[in-house]
Design a protein around this ligand. Structure first.
Ligand code: UD1
Length: 504
């Protein structure tokens, strides 16, 4: 166990000795916990972190001065489109994606270390149920999409394959996520193919560069941002694990998009055939104010400018055709080759600049009272997952349809958008569209046919409730066999059992 003397000496070197100010009055247990926590903080890194936070805070808030003049849209030759390409090209991309999946060269990697503060739940966001008829959580939907895409790839190739699922968690999310997966029997995935690992935490810092004590025996710590991925890959030898499994391509995604297509063969195939080392899925931005990063160029280099760092004037700029100039909205779905990740981890990670978030951080005052601040009092530094794009040799963006692929759960029910209601509706609208395309008809309680409205606004409810298990269909395929020309009372829950019963 760390001695107080050693820890004090280390903190002195970091200029953070105040973290021990209540140490003498603590009971042995909490005292040991505090010393262990402090011992893990490397003095030089801690000093640099606190200085950097204070320096960042001294800069005026808002977009970096002069950024607007350095921005340009991404050149069209770097952008592919799933919806605007001809069907044959799309088929070739999909075929290539399935081919790579069948060779077990594709992995998915979930960023799940965030605290989900805006949603306002105390457990990991992936465990959230948005109120689907099936009661499935986000994690369950994702697990079932992995199983289905594995099955589709295996059927096409006639060989068995596996898509390893890497899950980056943090101190906040690891334990409950691991428990949730065990309780649900890993959603019938092979537990050896589900690999959880933890990102690092960093102290929150006051505006004058002092790490904050959250309690007398606990430093206020926060995950180091989703760009903490790269250090975590190295800390836990994840790239070595990928190499052992033969993984060459990684689809990285964020937890909250209910429509996420894991290991999407079309996206993977597009990136592979383009010879890309790094790619980003995008959707057309819905409005200048939409809180999504924009994929663009800064000084001629592909990059994402985060929604919190672009000025409203720049976000509102329009091109000659009237559409938003910076319209490629980042949906936090990225493609990386393992080789590129290796280069990032071994060479570029230290060059990533942390971003500053000014937050209300609960703390203990000089007298030892717990204080919940009413205005921001602390700084959290975070790295962003997409900040490695400038290091790519061949970066591509891939535009997909919002209604088919993007509906994120960010906010609590009281918020206007991106909440449990909008995400549930997005999924049910999609499944209703798929069912109509496959030739289904829906009946009301009296047995009369309901109107068939294939294109509904995202704000409207579908005329009939239809939920299709990802185990039955990944992206709308293969539904005719169960639905063509048939009538169903609403709600229709098309799970594996129902599908079996409907099989001709
Ligand atoms: C930095 C980043 O990627 N921003 C993107 C993110 O914004 P947004 O601000 O919504 O990002 P979130 O804070 O929700 O984090 C995105 C993902 O990263 C994970 N996470 C976050 C912090 C952390 O320390 N560890 C961790 O794993 C979260 O669990 C989540 O899965 O999604 C939007 C689309 O929905 C994009 O338009 C934004 O450009």
């Amino acid at each position: 166990m760390a001695s107080e003397r050693d820890v004090r000496a280390r903190l002195q070197r970091a200029g953070q000795e105040h973290l021990l100010r209540f140490c003498a009055e603590l009971a042995p247990g909490p005292r040991a916990a505090l010393l262990a926590e402090l011992e893990a903080l490397e003095p030089e890194a801690l000093r640099e972190h606190c200085q950097r936070a204070a320096a960042a805070c001294a800069c005026p808030p808002g977009p970096e001065p002069g950024l607007a003049a350095r921005l340009r849209p991404l050149p069209p030759e770097r952008v592919g489109s799933a919806s605007r390409c001809d069907p044959e090209t799309r088929r070739l991309w999909e075929e290539e994606g399935f081919h790579q999946i069948a060779l077990s060269k594709v992995a998915v990697l979930l960023l799940a270390g965030g605290q989900g503060t805006r949603l306002g739940v105390s457990y990991p966001k992936g465990m959230y149920q948005v109120g689907l008829p099936s009661g499935k959580s986000l994690y369950q939907l994702q697990a079932e999409r992995i199983r289905r895409v594995e099955q589709l790839a295996s059927e096409r190739s006639g060989t068995q394959c596996a898509i390893p699922w890497y899950i980056m968690t943090s101190e906040f999310t690891l334990e409950p996520t691991a428990r949730f997966f065990k309780e649900h029997d890993f959603f019938h995935l092979d537990p050896n193919s589900v690999i959880m690992f933890e990102q690092r935490m960093l102290p929150a810092v006051t505006f004058d560069g002092r790490a904050i004590l959250e309690k007398k025996d606990k430093v206020a710590m926060a995950p180091d941002g989703n760009g903490g991925l790269y250090r975590a890959l190295s800390d836990h030898q994840i790239l070595e694990d990928m190499e052992r499994r033969g993984v060459e391509f990684v689809h990285v995604y964020c937890v909250d998009n209910i429509l996420v297509r894991l290991a999407d063969p079309v996206f993977v195939g597009f990136c592979v055939l383009r010879g890309a080392d790094c790619g980003a899925k995008v959707v057309e931005k819905a409005s200048p104010e939409e809180p999504v990063g924009v994929v663009c160029q800064v000084d001629g280099v592909p990059q994402v400018v985060e929604y919190s760092e672009i000025s409203p004037e720049t976000a509102r700029l329009r091109g000659p055709d009237g559409s938003l100039l910076y319209h490629l909205g980042n949906i936090c779905n990225h493609f990386f080759t393992r080789g590129f990740l290796w280069a990032v981890v071994s060479e570029f990670e230290p060059l990533l600049k942390p971003h500053v978030a000014v937050k209300k951080v609960p703390y203990v005052d000089e007298e030892g009272n717990l204080v919940k601040p009413l205005k921001p009092n602390g700084i959290k530094l975070e790295k962003f997952v997409f900040d490695v794009f400038p290091f790519a040799k061949n970066f591509v963006a891939f535009e997909v349809s919002r209604e088919e692929e993007f509906s994120p759960l960010k906010n609590a029910a009281s918020a206007a958008g991106d909440n449990p209601t909008t995400t549930r509706r997005a999924l049910l609208l999609q499944h209703y569209r798929w069912a109509l395309q496959a030739g289904a008809h829906f009946l009301d309680a009296c047995g009369a046919r309901l109107p068939e409205l294939p294109s509904l606004p995202s704000s409207g409810e579908p005329p009939a409730i239809c939920e299709i298990s990802p185990l039955v269909s990944y992206s709308g395929e293969a539904l005719e066999a169960y639905l063509q020309g048939r009538e169903f009372p609403s709600p229709l829950i098309l799970d594996e059992n129902r599908a079996r019963a409907l099989q001709p």
